[in-house]
Design a protein around this ligand. Structure first.
Ligand code: 5GP
Length: 210
């Protein structure tokens, strides 16, 4: 039986820095090969271990502003001192083929996508289980200077204040449980009737054969 046609969905995951979002996104990508990550462009320098074209595409300020001015970004935001944006073309191409895209972006990006992708958007917010856990995770990460860590803590509070603009909220106490929850959200959202544009035909044929 050929698969029943459906619209692609855009799964947005946002969280304060240190809540475990990137790990959860990678777990989802490993578990579900049919969803791909939207690789953002950014003006921030690559961190140790990050790969150009995989984690981000790293651009100069001028290159970023050129993309933005040309309308090549589906959404963009300034986060800390840097610019981040979602290249438009790969996302629109995948969604139009009925395929799914995962976005690891902040609340500003989620808000812009809500206006552009409307019913194709599913928004998930990840919360840390407590303030202490968040603080520990930010310190243990050890990738940034103490000043950056303290800025991140105050920005974490800002990011958290947008939790109610999301469809689902996961409190990340256990990575295993949270990864299961994120996957369950994707699986359930894929089954929504209104996304499954091939259902009417499928049911017609089903009834025709009865
Ligand atoms: P980081 O520098 O730690 O990788 O990311 C900082 C923040 O920027 C995170 O909350 C991340 O989700 C967000 N971010 C990454 N890419 C994009 C993007 O393309 N658009 C928006 N709006 N936010 C992004």
């Amino acid at each position: 039986m050929p698969p029943i046609a459906r619209r692609g969905l855009a799964l947005v995951v946002s969280a304060p820095s240190g809540a475990g979002k990137t790990t959860l996104c990678h777990r989802l990508l490993n578990a579900e090969p049919d969803i791909v990550l939207s690789v953002s462009v950014t003006t921030r320098p690559a961190r140790a271990g990050e790969q150009d074209g995989v984690d981000y595409v790293y651009l100069s300020q001028d290159e970023f502003q050129e993309m933005r001015a040309a309308g090549d970004l589906l959404e963009w935001a300034r986060v800390f001192e840097n610019y981040y944006g979602t290249p438009r073309q790969p996302v629109e191409e995948r969604l139009s083929q009925g395929k799914d895209v995962l976005f690891d972006i902040d609340w500003q990006g989620a808000q812009q996508l809500s206006e552009k992708l409307t019913q194709d958007l599913v928004r998930v917010f990840i919360l840390p289980p407590s303030a202490n856990v968040l603080k520990d995770r930010l310190k243990r990460r050890g990738l940034d200077s103490p000043e950056v860590v303290s800025t991140r803590l105050s920005r974490a509070s800002d990011e958290i204040s947008h939790w109610a603009q999301y469809d689902y909220v996961i409190v990340n106490e256990s990575l295993d449980i949270s990864a299961d929850q994120l996957r369950a959200i994707l699986v359930a959202e894929r089954a929504r009737r209104e996304r499954r544009i091939g259902l009417a035909r499928f049911v017609r044929e089903l009834q025709g054969d009865l």
